[in-house]
Design a protein around this ligand. Structure first.
Ligand code: ADP
Ligand code: MG
Length: 400
């Protein structure tokens, strides 16, 4: 995939093709251009009933390709013109922007126009975008409600509603706003809901807001150990921090960030705090009492992010850490394995993301040798990946 606004993470796909799913030639063409060859399991399960217009609840792990599972059928059903007919509600600005990018890519051959209504951006520009008659709006709940209340947007012609990342909507406290929005949209609409998990509050929302939905659940049965996914982000030195910030917005679960030195941990903590992240920190310059407190806040979830150094991070045993981010690559392979072991404890899955510059590639090779497999090279939107040069052919030692 070569669009800089869309992340790239290698994802397991089916052996089916998009041709098998009942899509028209123009949409299949745009899928080819994006570079998707086979649908992922959730895409092949969701797209056919979505094309028939059914209400759907789809449950699949993070990173399984849920965005395209709803964007592709919407792109198929809608053509440009006729006003705002589809609304997608996203929990964060980054997810909303990525979804908008997907709509533009997959909806290209139907000339679809999408506006993105997210917080932290001036209303003016958004009002201009609304005047341009978008077919689809992608929005975060608060800002969308603002527009609805100020009557700067009309949602009375919406036929298609998507509630994306429903469980994160709940985590972030957006359910009351989501309910208000749902109350403003015609009851005759079709609704699709996507989530990685199904807590009772989401179950309840689905029961009251969806009509006889088809339930598609492809989460692994019995929380089988799926293990650790390793990801590598190779960037220029000045892009390490933007890469970290983008990753923190992309994966919304409980996250442990490792820095090599105490000063870096301290610096990162302040940056993240200034960005409004719920973050705690532990390193050896902090008193025992403060470290215990930080760990407790992280464990109980009042702080989603914990920044730690290797030494302070040694014994961290917090169940449910979903994401480890190595802001600095560890100094040796043992530390990498140890850091990675903080996630995927017991029978859970986890992601280990490592941000590196070209100078770290020697260490990356050592880690890959220990893991027995290459680490997938990934990108995040807005951060240019560093292009690794092919390894020069190893010269055979000349015999004298
Ligand atoms: P989810 O919403 O389930 O967490 P995303 O929609 O964000 O997952 O997709 C995860 C990643 O998989 C993205 O980088 C996306 O570009 C990629 N992806 C999705 N579907 C496919 C596909 N059919 N082939 C290749 N890559 C895909
Ligand atoms: Mg998603």
């Amino acid at each position: 995939m070569n669009d800089a606004r869309v992340p790239h993470h290698p994802v397991p796909t089916t052996v089916e093709t998009f041709d098998d799913l009942g899509l028209s030639a123009p949409i299949r063409q745009s899928i080819r251009e994006v570079g998707f060859e086979h649908p992922t399991p959730i895409q092949s399960a969701v797209i056919p009933p979505a094309l028939r217009g059914q209400d759907i609840i789809a449950l699949a792990q993070t990173g399984s390709g849920k965005t395209a599972a709803f964007v592709i059928p919407l792109a198929e059903k809608l053509q440009h013109g006729g006003g705002l007919r589809a609304l997608i509600i996203s929990p964060t600005r980054e997810i909303a922007l990525q979804t908008q990018a997907f709509i533009e890519l997959f909806g290209k051959n139907h000339d679809l126009k999408a506006a993105c209504l997210i917080g932290g951006v001036k209303m003016q520009g958004q009002m201009r975008a609304i005047k341009e008659q978008p077919d689809i709006v992608v929005a975060t709940p608060g800002r969308l409600l603002d527009h609805i209340k100020r009557k700067t947007i009309r949602v009375d012609k919406v036929e298609e509603l998507v509630l994306d990342e429903a469980d994160h909507m709940l985590d972030l406290g957006f359910l009351p706003q989501v309910r208000q929005i749902l109350g403003k949209i015609p009851k005759t609409r079709r609704t699709m809901m996507f989530s990685a998990t199904m807590p009772p509050a989401i179950e309840e929302l689905a029961r009251t807001m969806l009509r006889d939905p088809l339930r598609i659940d492809i989460t692994p049965v019995g929380r089988a150990a799926v293990g650790i996914t390793h990801r590598l982000y190779v960037v220029a030195p000045e892009n390490k921090r933007p890469a970290l910030l983008a990753l923190l917005h992309q994966e919304l679960g409980s996250t442990l960030v490792f820095a090599r030195r105490r000063v870096d941990a301290e610096w990162l903590y302040h940056i993240l705090q200034r960005q409004g992240h719920p973050v705690a920190r532990i390193h050896s310059d902090r008193s025992q009492g403060k470290r215990v407190q930080a760990l407790a806040n992280f464990r109980e979830g009042s702080h989603r992010i914990l920044v730690a150094t290797d030494i302070a991070g040694r014994g961290i045993d917090v169940p449910g850490i979903e994401h480890i981010i190595n802001f600095d690559i560890p100094e040796n392979v043992e530390d990498y394995i140890h850091r990675a072991g903080r996630t995927a404890r017991v029978d859970r899955e986890g992601i280990v993301s490592t941000i590196v510059t070209w100078q770290d590639l020697m260490m990356v090779r050592q880690i890959e040798a220990t893991l027995g497999q290459p680490i997938a090279r990934c990108t995040v939107p807005g951060v240019e990946p560093w292009v690794e040069r092919q390894k020069p052919p190893t010269r055979t030692r000349s015999r004298v």
